[in-house]
Ligand binder design. Structure first.
Ligand SMILES: [Zn+2]
Length: 285
C-alpha cells in the first residue's frame, strides 16, 4: 500500500517537473557546420543555435542554457570566427532552453539583444511572466531592442526577417533569410516552434487568453512561407541528425533543402493543434 502511495507521489513529482520545465537540462556538443552561405550551426546536440557571419560582425540566433554558451564559443572558434565579433543576439522563443544563455553570451560578446514583442519582458526578467512554466528562471538579460512582425535585422549585407509566430510563447519568432541570387534564390526558414506542449490550455486560458488565436495565426504564417532550407529551434524539428551526416558525406544537393519536409512538419503540428483544441472544447461529462 505505502509502496503504491509512494509510486503515485513519485509520478506526481515527475509530472509536475514535466509541466513546469520546458525540457531537460543542457546536453552535449554537436559538430559545428555550415548550413548555407554564411549561416552556420553552432548549437548543441539538441539545441539549435545559428551563427550568421558577415564582414561587419555576426548575428546569433539562440543561446541555449547558460551552460550551453561554452559549447557555442568552442563551435564559433572551430569555424574560425570570434565570439567578440557577434554584434546581435536573437531568439526563437523565450523558453529556458533557447534564451537562458543570453546574459552570458551578451557578456562574452558585447552584442546587443533584440527580442520579439511578447517575449521581451520574459527575457529581461529572467523567465518571470512565462505562461505555464512559472518556476523556470534564468539570469535576466537586458533587451536592447523590441521587434515586431516583419522587422528586418540587417548586418554586413545579410538581412534576417522576424516573423511573429506566437502561441508556443507570446513572442515566438520564426526567422527567414534569402540566400542565392536571381533564379537560384532560396528561402531559409528557422521555425520558432509550432508545438502545443503538454499542459498547454487552449480554451479559457486566463494566463494567456489569446493562445488559440495566436497558434491559428502562426500556422497561417508558416503555411504561407515558401521554405527551401528547413531549420528550427531544435535539430529534431528538421531531422538534423540524419541530414548533417549526408552533407558531411558529400551530398551533391544540400540535404537541408527540404520544402516537402517543411510542409509535412507544419501540417503535422497544425493537426496536433487542431486536435488538441477540439478535445479541449468538448464539454466534459
Ligand atoms: Zn519551447
Amino acid at each position: 500500500m505505502s509502496f503504491l502511495i509512494n509510486r503515485t507521489r513519485l509520478s506526481l513529482v515527475v509530472l509536475l517537473a514535466l509541466l513546469t520545465t520546458p525540457i531537460a537540462r543542457a546536453d552535449g556538443p554537436y559538430p559545428a557546420h555550415k548550413v548555407v552561405e554564411n549561416i552556420y550551426y553552432v548549437g548543441s546536440n539538441d539545441l539549435a543555435i545559428y551563427l550568421v557571419a558577415t564582414p561587419k560582425g555576426h548575428m546569433l540566433i539562440n543561446t541555449g542554457f547558460d551552460e550551453t554558451v561554452p559549447l557555442i564559443q568552442a563551435s564559433v572558434k572551430s569555424l574560425g570566427f570570434k565570439m567578440a565579433d557577434i554584434k546581435i543576439i536573437l531568439a526563437s522563443h523565450a523558453h529556458s532552453d533557447h534564451v537562458a544563455g543570453h546574459a552570458r553570451a551578451r557578456e562574452a560578446s558585447g552584442a546587443k539583444v533584440y527580442v520579439m514583442t511578447g517575449d521581451d519582458k520574459v527575457i529581461a526578467n529572467g523567465g518571470k511572466g512565462q505562461y505555464l512554466y512559472t518556476d523556470s528562471r534564468w539570469r535576466p538579460c537586458p533587451v536592447d531592442k523590441v521587434l515586431k512582425d516583419g522587422d528586418k535585422v540587417s548586418l554586413g549585407g545579410t538581412t534576417l526577417v522576424a516573423r511573429h509566430t506566437p502561441g508556443h510563447t507570446a513572442g515566438c519568432t520564426t526567422w527567414t533569410a534569402t540566400v542565392g541570387k536571381g533564379p537560384d534564390k532560396k528561402l531559409v526558414v528557422v521555425v520558432g516552434s509550432p508545438n502545443v506542449n503538454p499542459g498547454f490550455q487552449l480554451v479559457n486560458n486566463k494566463a494567456y487568453p489569446k493562445i488559440a488565436g495566436d497558434f491559428a495565426r502562426t500556422f497561417k504564417v508558416l503555411n504561407s512561407l515558401k521554405c527551401d532550407y528547413f531549420l528550427g529551434a531544435h535539430g529534431n524539428y528538421y531531422g538534423m541528425h540524419a541530414k548533417y551526416p549526408k552533407q558531411k558525406a558529400g551530398a551533391k544537393v544540400s540535404p537541408f533543402i527540404d520544402p516537402a519536409g517543411y510542409r509535412d512538419y507544419i501540417q503535422l503540428k497544425e493537426k496536433a493543434f487542431r486536435d488538441t483544441l477540439a478535445a479541449q472544447k468538448k464539454p466534459s461529462k
